[in-house]
Design a protein around this ligand. Structure first.
Ligand code: C5P
Length: 222
């Protein structure tokens, strides 16, 4: 039998939202079911890769054959990703909260009638995709996602440059992609833009995993 296409490869995948605490009972988060990221982790494992899936809280089963790292905050996600290096490829599908509360309140903030509202000061979270793209131990292939509501491709092309990653998988989230089962994406690479048809998220994952395998096998630049 032929060896599995990703046998001997290690791929890092981020998935799901992050949760940034405001106080012990409240947090800031992003909309993300984790469905696309988890499907990608499963598809890579199915091709024989060793997969580390760094995931925020999701209501999904762990994909079969995948090593899980469960995190809460963006800073924990970055630390788990760096701890997982080296990797041959990284796919950042997580919906990372751009901001966290600047000072986590040690006790629950109280709602006191007649009193001023508690101020919510924000601090910038690390950008995990950009950090991995510029990392001394950068994976050979780094893939990011772009959820856009307008100018999908133009924004994705700019995002690819800004983040320093190799590919961007861009999708239009003006419809009901969040939590849904299907996704129509554009794959933005150095070579140009491919429009993929509207597919179940599992099939988007399988196509992407096959492209990752092809690229790592080719030894060429992504
Ligand atoms: O900047 P924006 O959030 O639109 O970029 C989306 C891409 O960047 C996704 O691949 C997402 O996983 C990644 N990202 C990240 N860390 C952040 C913000 C976004 O890895 N703090």
């Amino acid at each position: 039998a032929l060896p599995a296409p990703l046998a001997g490869r290690h791929v890092l995948v981020t998935s799901g939202p992050t949760q940034e605490p405001i106080d012990p009972v409240r947090y800031i988060t992003n909309r993300s079911s984790g469905r696309q990221g988890h499907a990608i982790a499963a598809a890579l494992a199915a091709l024989g890769a060793r997969v580390t899936l760094v995931s925020g809280p999701v209501a999904l089963p762990d994909p079969p054959g995948v090593g899980m790292a469960r995190i809460g905050t963006a800073r924990e996600m970055l630390a788990a990703c760096e701890a997982a290096l080296p990797a041959d490829a990284a796919v950042c599908a997580a919906a990372v909260a751009d901001w966290r509360s600047a000072g986590m309140a040690p006790q629950k903030l109280k709602k006191v009638p007649g009193q001023p509202l508690p101020p919510l000061e924000l601090a910038l979270n690390p950008d995990i995709l950009a950090t991995l793209s510029a990392h001394p131990r950068r994976p050979r292939l780094v893939v990011g996602f772009a959820a856009e509501t307008e100018n999908v491709v133009a924004n994705a092309v700019a995002k690819r440059q800004r983040k320093g990653c190799d590919w961007i998988v861009a999708n239009d989230v003006s419809g009901d992609v969040f939590g849904g089962s299907r996704n129509a994406v554009h794959l933005v690479t150095a070579g140009g833009v491919e429009d993929w048809p509207d597919l179940p998220k599992e099939e988007v994952a399988a196509k992407l995993a096959a492209r990752v395998a092809e690229t790592l096998a080719g030894g060429a630049e992504a």
